[in-house]
Design a protein around this ligand. Structure first.
Ligand code: IPM
Ligand code: MN
Length: 363
């Protein structure tokens, strides 16, 4: 297969982790006889410095032309004045919005051997394997807003079609997994949540009668995620609730450095698969940038999701995921998970990436 992949490394540790993910994709291409063409663009703080915009036209253009986008991370202290009109975060928000990437898929898996990485008891997190599907182009992030010094507001607005499409995608995902879908809202208080609940209920009952389906209030969900995380399969929710719950859920795995994500839209690429953006859940971690100690596995696992969802290359994606499991089983650990488990050895970003590639070559 021929595929064009837009690579947007961004700021902080973005470039160093993305570099390892690209190496892994190259190794996949070699092994399976694919041709992947990587086109690199600037985004976030670096793009602000170079062009004044966090999402320059050229970058948006190459993202729109590509079959999939591999994204690093954006932001850093240099651009973090909350009063600034132009902020690096607008780079990722702009991409989601311009490309219509409405469903942010955030799987949380506790890898065997890494149960001790979490601050929760190993018995609580053992076997956790859930996916949060977070609506990504609506809600509080994109509603009408006004920003004054005396008065400011944001608007939480959802329309029926916006809720339908994201719940539908979550339903399809649950069907391929363990068949359990939970929709999260705040319907006891918010009008937009009552619409969400009504629409989610209808989609679930009419289109997915085979699934076990429930509504849970967001505050209760925050609790359940800590108390009995292994009970959940697919959780679908709005933009802001999803932002918060996924940071919480990420701590079940102990390190943000292990968690990938995919953001998918309605549009398809040249191969008839959803166009998508793939990024680690972690941010730009400016405090450790440039030291070669960041964990590249979240970016590498994001590349695996890219292979699976946007290129339809399941076997290739499985190979990458198995290679990651294997390097963890071998005891290789970057600084963020150093010393977790028996017989471990601390390695650099690059060594971790190379280890994944070498396991893949030998597989
Ligand atoms: C995330 C991030 C972004 C978000 C920021 C960087 C705008 O926190 O992807 O979760 O809030 O969506
Ligand atoms: Mn977030």
């Amino acid at each position: 297969m021929d595929a064009t992949i837009a690579v947007l490394p961004g700021d902080g540790i973005g470039p160093e982790v993305t570099r390892e993910a690209v190496k892994v994709l190259d190794a996949v291409a070699q092994r399976f006889g694919h041709t992947f063409t990587f086109v690199e663009g600037i985004v976030g703080g670096r793009a602000i410095d170079e062009t004044g915009s966090p999402l320059p036209e050229d970058t948006l253009g190459l993202a729109l032309d590509a079959d999939a986008i591999l994204f690093g991370a954006v932001g850093g202290p240099k651009w973090s004045d909350p009063r600034a009109k132009v902020r690096p975060e607008q780079g990722i928000l702009g991409l989601r919005k311009h490309l219509g990437l409405f469903a942010n898929i955030r799987p949380v898996r506790v890898f065997p051997g890494l149960e001790d990485a979490s601050t929760l008891k190993p018995d609580v997190v053992r076997g956790v394997d859930l996916v949060v599907v977070r609506e990504a182009t609506g809600g509080l992030y994109f509603g009408p807003r006004e920003e004054g010094t005396e008065r400011a507001y944001d608007t939480l607005l959802y329309t029926r079609p916006e809720v339908e499409r994201v719940v539908r995608l979550a339903g399809q995902m649950a069907r391929k997994r363990r068949g359990y879908l939970v929709s999260v809202d705040k319907a006891n208080v918010l009008a937009s949540s009552r619409l969400w609940r009504h629409v989610a209920e209808r989609v679930a009952k009419e289109e997915f009668p085979d699934l076990r389906f429930e509504h849970v209030l967001v505050d209760a969900m925050a609790m359940h995620l800590i108390r009995r995380p292994a009970d959940f399969d697919v959780i679908v929710t709005g933009n802001m609730f999803g932002d918060i719950l996924t940071d919480e859920a990420s701590m079940l795995a102990g390190s943000l450095g292990m968690l990938p994500s995919a953001t998918l839209g309605e549009g398809t690429n040249r191969h008839g698969h959803p166009r998508g953006l793939y990024e680690p859940i972690h941010g730009s971690a400016p405090d450790i940038a440039g030291q070669g100690i960041a964990n590249p596995l979240a970016s590498i696992l994001s590349a695996a999701l890219l292979l699976r969802y946007s290129l339809g290359l399941d076997e290739e994606a499985d190979l990458v995921e198995r290679a990651v499991e294997q390097v963890i089983a071998q005891g290789l650990r970057t600084a963020d998970i150093a010393g977790v488990g028996e017989g471990t050895r601390v390695v650099s970003t690059e060594e971790m990436g190379e280890a994944v590639v070498s396991v893949m070559r030998d597989a």
